[in-house]
Design a protein around this ligand. Structure first.
Ligand SMILES: [Zn+2]
Ligand SMILES: [Zn+2]
Length: 141
């Protein structure tokens, strides 16, 4: 029993480590694959539970970035106000932060009688390649 819970602790620690080893957005399944490359015994349940814990603790954010499965974003701890551009063709994601938008957001929010808790701005757009060539070289398939 003791060694079983020890193994679980090590697995959780690996999941947390891999979560913040990247600045890329990722899915639970891609994180699972990455963890298993380091430790083949990491269970899917541990990955999902640890991600849910990190989200609840406010260290990780779940975002919809044009993909079918939800993406996790490890960058909100460092940059709590960043937004995303998502290419409608290749799903390329670029992060941005504009302090002027922060100011406008808080004014508009207060005007409507709210106090801001969490902001996420996502702009779906065409990337340069899509605009110029009508197709994105990065597009999968
Ligand atoms: Zn992000
Ligand atoms: Zn594109």
């Amino acid at each position: 029993m003791r060694s079983q819970s020890m193994r679980l602790t090590l697995q959780r620690r690996l999941v947390v480590e891999m979560t913040f080893a990247t600045r890329d957005h990722f899915t639970a399944e891609s994180l699972l694959a990455q963890c298993r490359r380091r430790n083949g015994k990491v269970s899917r349940a541990t990955v999902y539970r640890t991600l849910a814990f990190l989200v609840k603790a406010g260290l990780l954010r779940q975002v919809g970035l044009g993909q079918q499965s939800p993406q996790y974003d490890p960058n909100f701890a460092d940059a709590p106000r960043h937004g995303h551009f998502v290419c409608v063709d290749c799903q390329k994601v670029v992060e941005f932060h504009d302090p002027c938008l922060d100011v406008r957001e808080s004014i508009v929010t207060k005007e409507h009688g709210f106090s801001p808790k969490r902001v996420s701005l996502q702009i779906e757009a065409s990337c340069d390649a899509f605009r110029e060539k009508g197709v994105c070289p990065r597009r999968a398939g």
